[in-house]
Design a protein around this ligand. Sequence first.
Ligand code: BGC
Length: 756
Amino acid sequence: MKKLSILLACLTATLASAPAQTGFSAKDIPAIVKKMTVEEKAAFVVGIKFELPQYEGKYLRGTGGVTYPMERFGVPSIVMMDGPVGLRLYDYETTCFPSGILTAASWDRDVAYTIGTALGEESLDMGNDVLLGPGMNIHRNPLNGRNFEYFSEDPVLSGLLAAAYINGVQSKGVGTSAKHFAANNQETNRLDNDSRLDTRALREIYTKAFELCLRESEPWTVMASYNYLNGTYTQESRDLLSKILRKDFGFKGLVVTDWTGKRNTPKQLNAGSDLLMGGSPDQTEHILQSLKDGSLKMSDLDRAVTKMLELVVKCPSNNGNVRTLKPDLEKHAKLCRERASEGMVLLKNDGVFPAKPARAALYGVYSYAMIQGGNGAGWVNSPYVVSLAEGLENAGIKVDSKLRSLYEAYADFKMKDLKTNHVVNVHVGDPQIPELDLSESLIEASEPDSDIAIITIGRISGEGRDRIHNSEFLIQKEEIKLIKDVCEAYHSAGKKVAVVLNICGPVETASWKKYPDAILCAWLPGEEAGNSVADVITGKVNPSGRLPMTFPMNYIDAKGAENFPYNFVSDRANESVVHPERRGLPLKDLAYTDYIEGIYVGYRYFCTEGKAVSYPFGYGLSYTSFEYSEPVVSIVGDKLTASVKVTNTGSLAGKEAVGLYIKAPLGSFKDKPSRELKEFGKTGLLQPGESQTISFTVPVRQLASFNSEKSRWETAKGGYTAYFGANCEKAEAEASFTLTSARNYPVSRACEPAVR
Ligand code: BGC
């Protein structure tokens, strides 16, 4: 193996001295594969290690990885950087864009696309070739610590928004990595948890988002997740990577493994993983040994090498990109502010907003320390975060200065204290600041100086740890007390109270939503947070966001809620890693998680069971009203076309998100959800009285359910209903149609007609 270490040292030296800029072209690929030595091939499909390149002699600190250059063929090293809402670099500032969860709440492909283009531009500036995003796992459970990076509980919303995002990034000539494939739905014991689920759920929910994403985009890479899927690591699953992803969904790009070096190397390559990241020399050695002992075929290695070359040839590093290290932060801040307001969801509004009061009293520490984004791979070192206090002041609203000094001092002290004196349970990023216990007399004393009170409730989460039900999903006793005391003081003076939710995922709302007059869900909106919220509050932007997941009455109401580590506090200060003594033990929800709910995730369960929720999937208010009319549906060949007219019947201009849900007959199935989202869109800004017809096209194959025994999609014969409107509980218009005969489709997407 001496020869190998010399080779690796040479390749690394080439990289450190001068990244190869010579470039090669696609037509050279077969010849390069032929000429590469077996050692070169084995090195080429393994990343160097978990680190970014050297710029000006210094390692770029951040997360991602680089690949080996093959200088003698003009093949440069390429760089892959996190993450989905901004480049995660510790020594350089980049824009923190709104989290995936907010993008999903916009129900607008254009929001995802434009954020993608900006991320593509920043990638070019920072010398990145492949952005490690979008994160597109399904919100199986509201407590997954990474839900803020992901889009939705629904695969259609997730998959189609992911496609728009990918198209945006890649329009700049930068690659993406659709991640994490598949069924990677918890952070607790994330490296080794076994997701156990049935084939129907796998096809209809957990891989559906990827299938749809691949219908409308061509991500350069897909990232295979860490977890096991029914007893096999996804990175070692031929069925998942070669059969489902490549054969059935038609994926043509490269499969990169999530950043671990501890799987079985030949099995990974044999299954269809092409690039092993972060990468270690052991893996390269293992490849060489496996070729010798026959556990790896040369053809599998050649496939991976070819996929690598096909990726590298497209990359900015191969195409003369010159990094500036100076992203256009000003331009992107404007975009960030504007796009974030498109995904904020107005949950309650009893005559409060839009409002431009002269004076506002802000309560809650997060009014002064707004959370831009979450922790871990989704964390971004942005230049600043605009607080709500700053945002309102910028909008000309005077913020109570006594409260401001008190809270700002507390936020500052507490953040430093948590970071220095306590074990901070984050992967990189910020800890959760506990709420300040304000006395009633202080609240009463501040009331006369303000026209309105706004309370911000914050929740942060991140990679490596799931949220805890008792301390994070539930509103804490100091928070409830604050809401009640502020409401009492302001209501008795005839003034209004609003709550802003600056949250990474749903929180319990049912028990306290009756107290305030308005509730605005602002999610984790990126660095312009306070300005974006102020734009919605003052009516500069009429809210058009709709919930991309259900807010249940109680966490435990969801089917499957108990099959999740929802109150798990690990032995190692809340990290995902299970204590070595417990590793390998067959512990429920740690070693394995049974997806007992099957396809009944989120609204598919609540709507079908008719079970009450606090706010349903698709819920959200506007400052104007809309009327739906002229619903039309028809089947033409293998396509369903549907349209509906939306009219602004109120007195303010606004946008309306429209969902198309379908209720299908049972056919050969014992059960089906009472309705399922099949498409969505958003109107333009409609002036009062103005109308727009929204049209959808859906392949009939997408109306089908998956018959696991026959391994095929079945669209039943009979009467269907199409419901229009974003809120899954409230159809604004409906129309019916009939399929006169059942239609069965193979697993391959190839038979599906193009829809756009
Ligand atoms: C995360 C990925 C990330 C990768 C590289 C992993 O731990 O799961 O989402 O892209 O690290 O930083």
